[in-house]
Design a protein around this ligand. Structure first.
Ligand code: ADP
Ligand code: MG
Length: 695
């Protein structure tokens, strides 16, 4: 790679390219569509489409696709060649404004949660001009939203764009009260992405990894991460080659891949981009996950994005770093230097605190999945309880405001918001406190509960909408106030008082915190089956409806899809487990035990005096574990058969949580016990040690 600045964004139809390729009037029309909510006229759309096509063909593209994000959590694409027949035996390459702006893919096989009647298979895609078109594998990809015939959103992008508008309006109302007029407020996001790399050959020998993305059997090897020798360690040449290739692919697509390092577990790594506009960050994270997998494959590796691929070894998360900024570049979550800027900061901070407290359930829902349930609360990731870490200094400042007492220095006057500046406080060094689910890290919040596999759209829809709701409430109150400063002070004080229970600076991994959180009345929604029903709590439906982010039906659809995904994942896992136990593990251990038995018989034939008691003990032990294995899969099979009689998604989810997962754990115990005593050469697939230390 010679010139990174030339390579960067070379496959993106970005603003610079548009400025260069579009007539002035068209470029202006595009900008008005972006920033002034004007619809793009047909003529301009045609001109943009044509310029886009010419540019794409120059770069080797042959096809285009509307690139969208159905509720599966991954992206979808359907390629169309640019070709149009012309005259005899000829074609020309064409792409019209209509094709750019709208598409009509068959939506029947995407999850719709009941939003789309089966007879109405059509879905519509519509261009999101805020996210640039790009070329991937010779296909021009146009980021689009995806909705049903009736206009209900069937995707992850539409609500995210809606939530962005909502927080923009709400934040501008609040800023105006501080005499701060800006054109636009945006949310910025930088998602840190963890992943595992394992050898491709070994991957395909494990049907559990192939079908479910995680190992359903296996013992922790004698050594994993105890010596902390992998975290930030020297990157192995094979991994470095992969990372170089990966960066090149990402940079070409304008993705700001910045930081890379080894993570805690062996074979685990992390990639962090520089933060950007939330919906772009969301598109980019989707692309990053796709390119991680594809690039790994080219290097004879497989990239595991599962939240918990190996039991007993750290899983992979995704940290959603989130902040609010104005179009003038001011970070609204950065403490200021003047009394007024400080007051503004405190008000935005309070909006986040109140939002997180009141919508804990929604934030928990946004990170829920069958896979992430194995990670949360497993002493490697925050528990399923949501709390905010502010650090001691900022917490002390808030509590002195709440109680009306001087901060630190007794001689100092009690702080009056809007009149005094915030006392200097150092960013807490304990912001490295990894045990907090939602940590303030100086000028942004880091939400650490997301699993590595998860799209970030859902979390940011909820953050944006919930914080916007609080900002609206604040604006409603303050706009009425006779004396702004007094009202502001009272509002901040009251908010701290009412919502301080959500602030926790201690160790989130301890049992003491679980008890304390319960005393504080915080939610502890341990599993996806527990969390999802809260989607349709009246307060949540009202929140989304008020801000027009989701209609009631759209929320209900997401609830159903979440449950159905949870159930499908556990169905696949339970069937895979039972089959592997019966068809791979059982024959392997029977063979081993037969060979041992033959050995005993042969020794006895040689001489009755040979002591075969050790071999016999091992055979007995094997037989006893084989019995456990047999009982394990028989019980699981029975449970699966019973599950097939249940009909409602929630009922099935509860059953999966209460019966199937425990039955899977019992079967696993039996199998793992066998692995510990079975000769390695007999074991039917690669072990954890093989997978984690393969190169
Ligand atoms: P760490 O979590 O390792 O301390 P950093 O503070 O460097 O890392 O940031 C981690 C992520 O947070 C990066 O993706 C970075 O771009 C992002 N980030 C930094 N500032 C902001 C911001 N204002 N808004 C959103 N994300 C941010
Ligand atoms: Mg971080």
């Amino acid at each position: 790679m010679n010139n990174i600045s030339e390579l960067f964004s070379s496959m993106v139809f970005n603003d610079t390219v548009m400025k260069e390729k579009l007539p002035k009037a068209t470029y202006k029309a595009y900008h008005q569509c972006l920033y002034e909510d004007k619809t793009l006229d047909e003529e301009s759309a045609n001109v943009i489409a044509n310029a886009m096509k010419d540019w794409a063909i120059e770069k080797g593209a042959t096809h285009y696709t509307h690139w969208f994000q159905p509720m599966t959590g991954v992206t979808a694409e359907k390629h169309e060649a640019f070709i149009t027949p012309e005259g005899n035996d000829k074609i020309i390459m064409e792409f019209s404004g209509k094709e750019l702006i709208q598409g009509e893919p068959d939506a029947s096989s995407f999850p719709s949660g009941g939003l789309r009647a089966t007879f109405e298979a059509r879905g519509y895609t519509a261009w999101d001009p805020t996210s640039y078109a790009f070329i991937k594998d010779n296909v021009l990809c146009i980021p689009t939203i995806f909705c049903s015939y009736n206009g209900e959103s069937l995707d992850k992008k539409t609500p995210l764009l809606r939530s962005q508008e909502v927080i923009d309006h709400a934040a501008r109302r609040v800023l105006k009260l501080f005499g701060n007029q800006v054109h636009r407020v945006i949310t910025t996001v930088g998602p840190e992405q963890e992943y595992f790399l394992i050898e491709k050959d070994l991957f395909f020998k494990r049907k559990d990894l192939v079908y479910t993305g995680r190992t359903l059997f296996g013992n922790k090897p004698a050594k994993t991460q105890e010596l902390d020798d992998h975290y930030f360690g020297v990157i192995k040449p094979k991994v470095k080659e992969f990372m170089d290739d990966l960066n090149e692919q990402l940079w070409k697509l304008g993705i700001l891949a910045k930081t890379q390092h080894n993570e805690v577990a062996p074979s685990q790594h992390e990639l962090a981009p520089i933060f950007t506009l939330v919906n772009v960050a969301s598109d980019h994270n989707q692309l990053t996950m796709e390119i991680l997998k594809k690039t790994a494959y080219r290097h004879d590796l497989v990239c595991l994005l599962h939240e918990k691929p190996f039991e007993g070894v750290n899983g992979s998360g995704k940290h959603n770093n989130w902040s609010i900024a104005s179009d003038t570049g001011e970070n609204l979550l950065a403490p200021g230097h003047t009394p007024s800027k400080n007051a503004q900061f405190l008000l935005f901070l309070c909006a986040v605190i109140k939002a997180v407290d009141e919508y804990q359930d929604l934030l928990r829902i946004s990170v829920s999945s069958a896979g992430n349930d194995h990670r949360l609360g497993a002493n490697e990731a925050p528990p399923a309880i949501i709390s905010i870490f502010l650090g001691d200094e900022l917490s002390n400042i808030l509590s002195s405001i709440e109680q009306g007492v001087p901060y630190r220095d007794k001689d100092k006057a009690v702080m009056k918001i809007g009149i005094h500046t915030l006392p200097e406080f150092k960013q807490d060094t304990t912001d490295r406190n990894r045990t907090s689910s939602f940590a303030f890290t100086g000028n942004k919040f880091e939400f650490r509960m997301l699993g590595s596999n998860k799209d970030i759209a859902c979390t940011n829809v909820i953050l944006n909408t919930a914080v916007a709701e609080e900002l609206c409430q604040f604006a409603d109150q303050l706009e009425q106030a006779e004396d702004f400063q007094t009202a502001l002070h009272a509002l901040i004080k009251q908010t701290i008082h009412q919502h301080k229970r959500i602030i926790f600076n201690g160790d989130g991994y301890t049992d003491a915190w679980v008890k304390e959180a319960e005393k504080r009345g915080l939610l502890n929604l341990k599993t996806t089956a527990d969390a999802l029903p809260h989607y349709i709590d009246e307060k949540n439906l009202r929140l989304f409806e008020k801000h027009k982010v989701y209609t009631r039906v759209e929320v209900a659809a997401r609830y159903e899809i979440g449950l159905s995904n949870y159930n499908q994942v556990i169905r696949i896992e339970s069937l895979t487990m039972s089959r592997i136990a019966k068809t791979q593990i059982l024959p392997a251990v029977l063979k081993y035990s037969k060979d041992l038995s033959d050995e005993v018989l042969q020794k006895r034939m040689v001489s009755k005096d040979i002591d075969t008691s050790s071999e016999e003990a091992i055979i007995k032990q094997l037989s006893s574990y084989i019995k456990d294995l047999y009982h394990g899969y028989t019980a699981l099979d029975e449970a699966i058969a019973h599950r097939d009689e249940l009909t409602s998604n929630q009922e099935i989810a509860n059953y999966n949580r209460d019966v199937i997962l425990p039955a899977m754990a019992v079967l696993r115990e039996g199998a793992d016990a066998l692995e510990r005593i079975c000769a390695k050469s007999y074991w039917p697939f690669p072990t954890y040690g093989d997978l984690l230390y393969s190169f």
